[in-house]
Structure formats: structure tokens, C-alpha cells
Design a protein around this ligand. Sequence first.
Ligand SMILES: [Zn+2]
Length: 59
Amino acid sequence: MGDDVKRMCKWTRKKLQKDLSTFSEAVKDPQFVCTKCIRIANTKKKLCMPVALTKKSKK
Ligand SMILES: [Zn+2]
């Protein structure tokens, strides 16, 4: 419940097992990757060094 667990980067295996649904939501449609921790999320707030993922144009 502290701010420390809001970033995917800080998640532990235990946290993942406990909050799998939260995790699933956060990585469902990933827009960013953390260049430090190699994690993905759909908001950069969840990463410590976020970089926008390059998407191949679908439209
Ligand atoms: Zn990170």
C-alpha cells in the first residue's frame, strides 16, 4: 500500500502472486518499457526509466 509497489519495477515474485490481477491490468496493453529493469506497463508511472514502445503501424 506504499508508493513503492506502484512501479512494476519494484514488484517481487511474492507481490506478483498476490496481486496477479493488478499486474495483468498493468501489462495488458503495454505502451512503455523500463530500460533499466526490462519491464513493461501501460503507463510510464509504473516504470522507473520508461521509454515508449515502438509499435508497428497497424492502422
Ligand atoms: Zn524500472
